[in-house]
Design a protein around this ligand. Structure first.
Ligand code: ZN
Length: 321
């Protein structure tokens, strides 16, 4: 009897998820000083029909919670019930940072600068090591969910790797409002994935420690767009956000504070700007002086610093065209 080839079995932490199964697994990482075991929850959805394995992960930076909510809602709405291939969904990679409202692990190291990691390295390095050995070698593609760091609010945007054409394709299919290539940061998850030949995109939306419903919906929509393109789901309905075409930014720069003071943005994030347009103010606290921030070219604002009090040179607006 003819039998169609089955999908691969996925093995994480010594547990197998055979084609047709879905399981919640845990990767044991370390204990808190009190003895409580810290493990990373990993959901695996393995369809019978063969197809790609896609990793959807959030919380690599523990305080970037929009991605965590994106994965949670996708799980709650059973959006990973795929018909082919496999989804590995990791709602919170950096559990330590999450419980401390922090980007990093308790020793101040950034897991996203610690890849590929070492078995006997620092905590961040060990986490990266386990992640590479347990999960990354089994994936074909990855979607890494982030927000702006500190108080910077990123309008929903996807970053791809210039050297990797497939990641650019994925970024287009994701269809966030903005996309652009960004350089590979040493020690980042994306760099490690690139070196392993696994195309990866990074979705950045909103700011740390704040839910942003629009950012969350854009993320859910983008993931579904990718799953649909890979034929892992048959349709994308209902739509979470209205379809519009992504804007590809090929030139980006930060506008920085010309002087210290209070920063008052005068437009909303994601706005189109015209050369010479006043887009914000830096004022003193006595209503004596203020400096206008003007758009240097026609383009878009895709990140705004929500820090009200700024020092000279602080990043204010990330703009691109
Ligand atoms: Zn991040």
């Amino acid at each position: 009897m003819f039998q169609e080839k089955e999908n691969n079995t996925i093995v994480i932490g010594g547990e197998s998820v055979a084609p047709g199964e879905e399981k919640l697994l845990k990767i044991g990482i370390d204990r808190l000083p009190t003895g409580t075991l810290i493990d990373i929850p990993v959901y695996v959805f393995n369809a019978k029909k063969p197809g790609p394995t896609i990793l959807v992960q959030a919380g690599l930076h523990g305080d970037e919670i929009n991605g965590i909510e994106i994965v949670r809602r996708m799980l709650q709405q059973k959006r990973f019930n795929i018909r082919s291939g496999a989804v590995i969904a990791v709602p919170i990679l950096n559990i330590f940072g999450f419980i401390h409202f922090s980007r990093d692990v308790p020793d101040g190291k950034d897991v996203n600068r610690s890849f590929p990691g070492k078995k006997s390295g620092s905590l961040a390095s060990r986490m990266a090591y386990h992640y590479v050995s347990q999960i990354m070698h089994q994936m074909d593609f990855a979607i890494d969910l982030h927000t702006g760091g500190a108080q910077r609010h990123n309008f929903p945007q996807v970053r791809f790797t210039h050297e990797d054409g497939t990641s650019k394709e994925l970024a287009k299919i994701f269809n966030a409002p903005f996309l652009f290539s960004s350089r590979l940061i040493k020690g980042s998850f994306r760099e490690a994935a690139y070196r392993m030949g696994k195309p990866t995109i990074v979705f950045e939306a909103g700011e740390s420690m704040r839910f942003d419903d629009y950012a969350i919906l854009e993320g859910m929509q983008g993931i579904l767009n990718v799953l649909k393109h890979l034929k892992m789901i048959s349709k994308v309905e209902p739509f979470y956000v209205e379809r519009m075409n992504s804007v590809l930014l090929t030139n980006r720069k930060w506008l920085r504070a010309p002087t210290a003071g209070m920063f008052i943005p005068e437009l909303t994030n994601g706005s189109e700007i015209k050369k010479g347009q006043e887009i914000g103010l830096i004022t003193d606290t006595y209503a004596r002086h203020s400096k206008k921030i003007k758009a240097p070219y026609d383009g878009f604002v895709f990140s705004i610093n929500n820090q009200a009090v700024v020092n000279q040179g602080d990043a204010l607006f990330h703009i691109g065209k």
